[in-house]
Design a protein around this ligand. Structure first.
Ligand code: MLT
Length: 290
């Protein structure tokens, strides 16, 4: 039985995971994975734009939002195992997978290891490279700073990198909301995730193996995963679509939701067309993208 609504708890890998599940039964499923150190509420605007036609599942990665941390050391592989566990418990055989930044690291790892469970990929403000030694060092410094000075200071410093400069003037409420998300994340989860991010493996060499429809989006002013990284992935994933969003930094879905939602809706509608085209071309063999 499917439960529809927000902040629903399920047990996955012995852990209580909180998720939202909205939209019609039997509609194509889209799973949204948030960035670090945010939570599923960062997708509010996208959920509203998609639930008329799609079943939209947004969940809190362990240790974020309302999902419990558990005792294990975090890793992208563990997050992927949670994702697959959620799909199994919710009986989602196949989905369109959409991840922003850390969500994109999880999505790339999942697609590369479990391609049969997904029918399309949306990568937003993310990249495929591993942390350099300098980046790893920065993460270790951040862990020290969080332990010494607390989350509030870490949140203030993070904001400068998460948003485009213009957003500080145009989107004050969004900035407050994002800061609240960061401050609500426990110190243990922040540090555990920073460590996991620093240890993540490169996935670039596997990009040419991605054969499913892929949409790549990035904020023009993203300084964490800049447009050059998106262009690189676009070149490696054959047939992928690249959109560089104006008026946005790293949190492009929050800073420019109008364009972000337009691009997602267009992309998903094109999957339907692809599907219909296939059906016309091949009457005898039904092959659905959803
Ligand atoms: C995120 O938004 O998920 C983070 O910026 C990812 C990272 O720090 O690598």
């Amino acid at each position: 039985m499917r439960y529809i609504g927000n902040n629903i708890n399920i047990t996955v890998n012995d852990l209580t995971v909180s998720y939202n599940d909205e939209g019609p039964d039997n509609a194509p499923v889209i799973i949204l994975i948030h960035g670090f150190p945010l939570n599923k509420s960062m997708w509010t605007n996208q959920v509203e734009a998609l639930i008329e036609n799609y079943r939209v599942v947004a969940y809190d990665v362990r240790g974020h939002g309302k999902s419990v941390s558990g005792d294990e050391d975090f890793s992208i592989e563990l997050f992927v195992s949670d994702l697959l566990g959620i799909m199994d418990v919710l009986k989602i055989d196949k989905a369109v997978l959409c991840g922003l930044s850390m969500g994109g690291y999880i999505a790339l790892n999942a697609i590369e290891n479990y391609p049969k469970r997904f029918n399309a990929l949306i990568l937003s403000d993310t990249n495929c490279i591993a942390d350099s030694s300098v980046a790893k060092e920065k993460r270790m410094k951040a862990i020290e700073n969080i332990r010494e000075n607390g989350v509030e200071k870490y949140a203030d410093e993070s904001m400068k990198n998460l948003f485009a400069p213009e957003s500080f003037a145009t989107s004050k409420e969004k900035i407050i909301t994002v800061k609240e998300m960061i401050v609500k994340t426990s110190i243990q989860s922040l540090c555990n995730t920073l460590h996991a991010l620093s240890e993540r493996k490169e996935t670039c060499y596997k990009l040419p193996e991605i054969k499913m429809p892929t949409l790549i989006m990035v904020g023009k002013k993203d300084i964490i995963t800049p447009p050059s990284t998106a262009r690189f992935m676009h070149e490696k994933i054959k047939g992928s679509i690249l959109n560089i969003l104006e008026h946005a930094g790293h949190l492009s879905n929050i800073e420019n939701p109008y364009e972000f939602n337009y691009q997602i809706n267009k992309f998903i509608a094109s999957l339907n067309q692809y599907n219909n085209g296939k059906e016309k071309a091949n009457h005898s063999k039904r092959k659905t993208i959803f």
